[in-house]
Design a protein around this ligand. Structure first.
Ligand code: SAH
Length: 216
């Protein structure tokens, strides 16, 4: 049967995302627009819009669309926002963020993935994404502070560097917990610098490996 992207993405949005609380119009429009099939290997293309994670090589995965929607929606991104993403992976989440904000800095520790993400993003015109190779647990002090921070790998705690690189009035989403199961946390830094944390849901991410994360 011929692959019908529009039908697949509409089914995902109407049947899996909206009924489960992903309702922000800008977020849904970005999920509709960004071609998930371009960020995964050709052989998985007909599964691009299933509501499950997919392998992207090097033992890493791209999150399920529901989690991507939930994390993106929680950040309440404005078109003027400067965003930091930790865990570039395929570059798919960075593309979603790039649709909604002004600039996205994304850090990945595995070179092959970073290079592939670069091709994926730039071939599709995402020139407002800056791709950096390195240990994202230390954040990216050169361009700090950030309006929003998204961590797409599981951390034993909230790295101090990331907390300090978040603007007052900013928000961060990060999976915090053990190596195998985590709590997806929304961290809000008030204008006076006070920190408020809430839990979005249980989740399971690949580990954040680095100085302020897990050991290799
Ligand atoms: N956001 C990605 C999926 C990320 S999977 C996407 O949309 O495809 C998590 C990624 O975090 C993996 O690629 C992993 O290599 C990376 N990662 C793990 N620890 C890291 C660290 N300390 N710094 C940067 N990236 C890290």
């Amino acid at each position: 049967m011929k692959y019908d992207r529009e039908k697949e993405v509409e089914f995902l949005i109407e049947r899996e995302l909206k009924p489960n609380g992903i309702t922000d119009e800008r977020v849904l429009a970005a999920l509709y627009k960004v071609k998930r099939e371009k960020f995964i290997t050709e052989s998985l293309r007909d599964r691009a819009y299933g509501n499950y994670p997919l392998p992207i090589g090097e033992g890493q995965t791209i999150s399920q669309p529901y989690i991507i929607g939930l994390m993106t929606q929680a950040l309440e991104i404005k078109s003027s926002d400067k965003i930091l993403e930790i865990g570039t992976g395929s570059g798919y989440q960075a593309a979603i963020l790039a649709e909604l904000s002004s600039v996205v800095y994304t850090v990945e520790r595995i070179e092959t993935l970073s290079l592939k993400a670069r091709t994926n993003l730039y071939s599709q015109g995402y020139n407002n994404v800056i791709i950096i190779l390195g240990d994202g647990t230390a954040g990216l002090s050169e361009y700090a502070p950030y309006d929003k921070i998204m961590v797409t790998a599981a951390s034993p705690g909230i790295p101090d560097s990331l907390m300090s690189q978040l603007k007052n009035g900013g928000k961060m989403v990060i999976p915090v917990g053990s190596r195998f199961v985590q709590d997806l946390q929304l961290v809000e830094k008030a204008l006076n610098g006070r920190i408020y944390k809430s839990s979005l849901c249980g989740c399971r991410f690949v580990p954040l490996i680095g100085k302020e994360g897990w050991d290799d």
